[in-house]
Write a protein that binds this ligand. Sequence first.
Ligand code: SD4
Length: 331
Amino acid sequence: MQRRNFLKNSSVAAAGLISAPLITSCANETSSKAETTHSTKVIRPIAICTWNFKNATAKAWEVLSEGGSSLDAVQQGGMVEEADVTNKTVGVGGRPDRDGNVTLDACIMDKDGNCGAVLCMQNIASPVSVARKVMEDTPHVMLAGKGAEKFAYEKGFEKTNLLTEQSKKEWLEWKKTSKYKPIINIENHDTIGILAIDKNGDLSGACTTSGMSYKYAGRVGDSPIIGAGLFVDNEIGAATATGVGEEVVRTVGSFLIVELMRQGKSPQEACEEGVKRIMAKNKDRTDFQIGFIAINKKGETGGYCIQPGFSYRTYSEEGHINTPSDSYLKA
Ligand code: SD4
């Protein structure tokens, strides 16, 4: 997957509000049927994820197309990225914190509003799967740190070294020049948030990440926080976020997107409005990135980002589609 250096975009001048064109282009990679798509198209079952996680949506679609539940689809899609050592922001191979420890955040939410999350968990390869166990096997929603890890072992998860040689090398390089300050979005990051609607029309979502690269030890972003990094309301729709978690937490971003859909906005309009609200509170800043994706009960999808370069991926009977999202800041 291509890394995105959003800092390179930091010189981009704020262009003011964009007059909200809906998604206009996409590249269909496996099917000749779908050459274009737009956010008002009704398609389900469907899986949608942040960025360009092709293998994750393919896995989710495999589950959905065999009649599986959206919950299984989002978990299994998320697990694909967690296991991919070349993805430096999720699961095994994720970048460590400033002390060299890989700490993972994840959450999952189902059609009935059940949810589970793990925060700042070490040594476990699939935090989204532990989050599901928290949801299903405990009366709690969130387990953090050592407690989450202990719970995972109790549930049969194996201890795994998450820091690859490559990630360690990059971290040691980074330390040579780092000022050791919590500068927001100093490094690239590409969390997976994944949403699905199954053949019964039921929605689920998951979000999994190693969080901001080289973060302070103990830092937790939006990704495992229900309402911030992910929200599902089976009557309305679902949303998930990627980018600087602090800003998403401040605005309870994913909940906001779902509520905007409840008020009648399309997924695309809701994502745009969410991003614009965040920018309204950060008028002078062009140096950070947040993207939302959303799906509504009908199966319409949308995505929007502060910075250029964001895309989201869907997989449905129309095939595998990567849709570049419009951005608040135009290059
Ligand atoms: C976080 N939102 O920990 C996550 C990071 C992310 O793409 O989305 N990276 O703040």
